[in-house]
Structures are given as structure tokens and as C-alpha cells.
Design a protein around this ligand. Sequence first.
Ligand code: RIB
Length: 296
Amino acid sequence: MKILCAGSLNIDRVYPVPHFARAGETLASTGFSQAAGGKGLNQTIALARAGASVRHAGAVGEDGGLLRQALRDAGVDDGLLAQSALPTGHAIIQVDPAGQNSIIVSAGANGALEREYLSAMLDGCAPGDILLVQNETNELPWLLREGRRRRLTVAFNPSPVTPDLPGYPLDYADILILNEIEGAALSGESDPARMPAALRARYPRARVMLTLGGDGCVYEDAGQTVRQGIFPVKTVDTTAAGDTFCGYFLAWLAEERPIAEALRAASAAAALAVSRPGAVPSIPTRREVLDLLRGR
Ligand code: RIB
């Protein structure tokens, strides 16, 4: 089973700070670094490092060399990216001493994907292949519909939450991979324990994969509910932990492994990502994940 990830690519500008800047405050960062990121790119790299067969649909501007290189380094064909006249998307990321982040994104090329290009990328998929999308590019409603029309397995990570998100045709999603904030926005339910059932009542077709931060994660479909706790690590930077989880979870699903195994692998991968700085640089290889799973 092959995977097409249609999603954002960002240059992440990362600023370690003593606390997140408050209204009216000018705050000095204690450092600066720049690395590859973007929810779409992070998930594609996680899939590739997990060993999945993945292509990436997205766009960068002339300044997108770092992101093309990140794809190449992971063995993903950067020649399939659209070249945009707009600047590459970027993110400004504050990271506090506890490793939590606060992110501002500027869409740039991510906000101007063209249907003709996306259609051509979708032409390379066969029925049953996975189409993975997040909420950081334009054309989301169209992509969801088109994925269903082409009989792909549509996996949607509704991140970040935007005002138009609840209006998307989410009935077309076969798998929702989301955290508590996204779960609350889509289910109207504030208690995480009730979110999977509330989401499945609203979107009966969807399998629900809900991550719960320090409380692990829960998967639910018509026939089963499976839970997994976290692998405890020292938190350095949570950026891309959710993306890493998403990529590893789908990679294991694409190998038709049991859900419990997919949850364990995804949780181990996310733990490794949390223990390292940055987005793409923090995403572990399959070998590292297997070593953690085997207790090495
Ligand atoms: O999920 C983390 C990502 O969110 C960062 O890499 C940043 O680019 C934003 O898209």
C-alpha cells in the first residue's frame, strides 16, 4: 500500500525563550536555529524513516532548497514538488524551557496549491492507497472529496484548527488522526474520554486515532478500542511529535500490522521526537524506534 502525503513544507525558525512572549512584550531569545518542518513535510519524513513508500505533494518557492534537501535525504523524490513563485512557507516557533512550543505559520507557497498539480499527483495513486492530508494548505475540501472519489483511504490530521475546519466535508475521511484540541473542535466534546465516541457519532465512517499528550492515545473503530500509554522521556522539544506519531501510525497500518502494534510504534517514535530539538531533525529512524520497542 502506497501513501501520498499532500501537505505543507515550512522553514522553521526556532527561538528558545524563557517563556512565550506576552502581549506588548519584547522578549530576547536565548538562541536561534533554522530547520526543515511543516506538518506535511514532517509526516512525509516520518513515513519515509519508518520505511513506508511515500510521495509528497506540495510547493516551495525559490528559497525552498533546505526542504527539497530534507526530502532527498529521506529518500523521497523532491522533483515532484511544485515550484511556486511565492516564498516558501515558514514558521516562527518559540520553545520554552519545558519543551512546549508556540507556533506562527506563514503559508506562502503552501496556500497556493493548484488543482491541476494535485490531480496529477493523485493520478499516481491506486484505489486503496492512502492519501494523507493536514490543514496547513489550501484545497482541503477538494482533496478530501477527490480522495474519496478515487477510492483512496483518506487519512486526515485536522491540524491546525482553523475557523473553516468544521465546515469541511469530513464525512470523506476514513481515518481521523487528531489531538485533544482538534478533537474538541470537531466533536464539540470537552472531555477527552468522550471524544472518540462523539467523533464516531458525527463521522460514522471514520476510524478515530486520538492522541492524549501525557495520557497516551486511544484508537477506536466500529469493532475495537485500543489504548497505549506513553514511553517516558525527558521532554526537550515537542515540535513535530504529533507529526511523527501520525507518520509511524500510518506506516504500520500500510504494512497491515495490528492496531496495537501501530500504536506502540507511533508512541515510541513520538517519544524519541520529543526528546530531541527541532521538527524534521527530531524524527527517528525505524531502527531507533525498533530499538526502543525492544528496550535497547
Ligand atoms: O507540527 C509542527 C509543525 O507545525 C512545524 O514544523 C511548523 O512548521 C508547523 O507547521
